[in-house]
Design a protein around this ligand. Sequence first.
Ligand SMILES: NC(=O)c1ccc[n+]([C@@H]2O[C@H](COP(=O)([O-])OP(=O)(O)OC[C@H]3O[C@@H](n4cnc5c(N)ncnc54)[C@H](O)[C@@H]3O)[C@@H](O)[C@H]2O)c1
Length: 326
Amino acid sequence: MKKKAYSEQHRKVVVVGAGSVGATYCYALAQSGLADEIVLIDRNEDLMKGQVLDLIHGQPFFPTVIIRSGSIDDYKDAQVVVITAGVAQKPGETRLQLIKKNAEIIATIAEDIARQDCKGVMLIVSNPVDILTYVALKRSGWKNTRVIGSGTVLDSARFRYLLSNYCDVDVHNVHAYILGEHGDSEFAAWSMTNVAGINIDEYCPICGKCSDWKKRRQLIEQQVRDSAYHIINYKGSTQFAVGLALVRITGAILRSEKSVLTVSTLLDGDFNIKDVCLSVPCIVSDGGIIRIIESPLSPEELTSLSRSGKILRNIIESMENDLITS
Ligand SMILES: NC(=O)c1ccc[n+]([C@@H]2O[C@H](COP(=O)([O-])OP(=O)(O)OC[C@H]3O[C@@H](n4cnc5c(N)ncnc54)[C@H](O)[C@@H]3O)[C@@H](O)[C@H]2O)c1
């Protein structure tokens, strides 16, 4: 019998982690009408129940959708499982200790999902997202196309917003990507940045707004990198834009959109990088990643991508083997 397309199936999304990001994502997903059923799981049962009740009371205002709390059994028939579970850094705790703690959490969840014989896509959001995507991939034993990280989809959105603001043009007409690590070594792929099909460097004199475009470029790139730090300083965490970025990725999967998104994926020699997950332009559709687009990056951009790869690879190598191998 021919397999039904995702769009013809009951579209079920399971969200693990009912904190700020998980709950905000559920709220945005419910409004989008993309899912028929949204199941929320959290080890904090009170939080899970509270978030579900709060969301479900919006049912008269949402497109038709089931929202409920769930358990491990729910992984079985989910098209997408989104993992936002994790713990925050404690005072005195090193970054590596935090990574190990979160890696243990993600490894357990990934193994539970694989054990339920889920046929869907695993979307990792918890940070450090590139490392945890790698852990989930290794511990689930799934094909790399089905385990993806939200990567720099959010950072690329921030980049597009900033460019649209500086260039005074609709954000939907700005095509721009942040690549590499979702973190300090990420970089703007300027060679791929265009407005109305015109490379940004050529568009700049047409626009004529900036006196020193080179300096402005650096400033914009730094602003993208610092965005999360600023928001966290102001309010403790980020939730809204990431929630929408996750809806965008989920939509590409559930509607077989073949969208180009900078999700985190395992590179296996692409861009001369091996055995590390990081963000590059990918075509995302049902079943996850259809292909990596090996864009012709500039030599500086290739160096930046390789630097991100090395940084992430060093972290993976500093983690105990049993966290990565099942
Ligand atoms: N990738 C991105 O672009 C991006 C953006 C923002 C936040 N994040 C990350 O998303 C994660 C969640 O952020 P948040 O603000 O929602 O945190 P939060 O602390 O509000 O929520 C995390 C939730 O995970 C739950 N949890 C912990 N261990 C669990 C387990 N084993 N099973 C089920 N649930 C478990 C906790 O009970 C908590 O409710 C963090 O790691 C954060 O850094 C990623």
